[in-house]
Design a protein around this ligand. Structure first.
Ligand code: CDV
Length: 315
């Protein structure tokens, strides 16, 4: 029997810092309802969905705690959980997490159709910087506000579909998709915030959308998984972020993509078994991978000298 999942990405337009969390949650509920009306079973929301992308701004200690969630669901977010449960729709949500031992993470959760949190991820690849670089159009202070994730790359059961999770910059790293695919992931869900300007990030404006989609498509194809990516986009407090929320098939082809930069839902019927022919042929990992030759990937962090290769010119 075909294994289909009605999959939605909910792109969220800019959230100004003046917008309250209940106001944002009301927008998310409207997106969820729109997705549900189109038959969605799982709705993917962006990274740090509940607030403006605050890592663009330097705040002194004591001035940024309001951006963080101390528990989930809390009073602000509970209406989203309740509406999703009423509708029988699951969701993925990114938010800033403050733990009971005062650790801060860039986090996402996976919630099933019954309103239970069944998966959790803390962002591994934190881009940007930790120092104050005043005078720039904006900063990118994820390394100041968050610790590196400590939960690894998890794969979770969502009503029979194996779902891997990551967040934003993680999508550009091939190791992420491979770690998830090696655990049987059939779908990778992720949220993102990609600003036009990132200090120290040399990329032509026209390349921003290309490299975003390229990362999703390569990750999907090389690992025989669906990828569903939801971004915040448009202008937030005058700062622009790319849209391009999309669902990609295991063929690497884009099945659907948001057309605008505001709040927008895109729903596709994902035939989860579409990954199988790839997993059983060109990407039959058990048959073709060479982990014995990949040691350098886990052992070496930065670029370095070539490894010695012992070969005989006469052989
Ligand atoms: N929030 C992110 O992780 N953004 C990064 C860049 C732009 C800093 C990204 O890869 O989109």
């Amino acid at each position: 029997m075909a294994k289909n999942l009605m999959l939605a990405v909910a792109q969220v337009g800019g959230i100004d810092s003046s917008e309250s969390k209940p106001e944002v949650v009301a927008r998310l509920i409207a997106l969820l309802e729109e997705a549900a009306s189109q038959g969605a079973e799982l709705v993917v929301f962006p990274e740090l969905t509940l607030t403006t992308f605050f890592p663009r701004t330097w705040f002194e200690e004591g001035d940024f705690e309001g951006y963080f969630e101390k528990s989930m669901p809390n009073d602000d977010v509970r209406p989203l959980f309740e509406r999703a449960k009423d509708l029988g729709v699951g969701f993925y949500l990114g938010y800033a997490e403050l733990t009971s031992d005062q650790k801060r993470y860039n986090t996402s959760i996976l919630v099933n159709k019954h309103g239970d949190i069944v998966g959790k991820y803390r962002k591994m690849h934190l881009p940007g910087h930790a120092d104050n670089r005043e005078g720039l159009p904006n900063q990118h202070l994820e390394k100041k506000y968050f610790l590196e994730g400590d939960l690894g790359f998890g794969v979770f059961d969502f009503h029979g579909v194996q779902v891997g999770m990551c967040l934003c910059n993680d999508r550009r790293w091939p190791e992420v998709y491979r770690s998830l695919s090696l655990q049987g992931a059939e779908l990778v869900v992720l949220g993102y915030n990609t600003p036009d300007f990132v200090p120290g990030w040399q990329e032509e404006p026209h390349a921003k959308m290309f490299t975003h989609l390229l990362s999703l498509q390569a990750g999907a194809y090389q690992n025989s998984v669906f990828v569903a990516a939801a971004g915040k986009s448009g202008f937030e407090d005058g700062h622009h972020m790319i849209g391009g929320s999309a669902v990609v098939a295991p063929s690497g082809e884009i099945l659907a993509k948001a057309a605008g930069e505001g709040d927008e839902v895109v729903v596709v019927k994902a035939d989860i078994d579409m990954g199988r022919p790839y997993k059983e042929s060109v990407f039959d990992f058990a048959a073709h991978r060479r982990p014995d030759a990949y040691g350098i990937i886990a052992e070496r962090k930065g670029r370095g000298a070539p490894l010695p290769v012992a070969f005989n010119v006469n052989d």
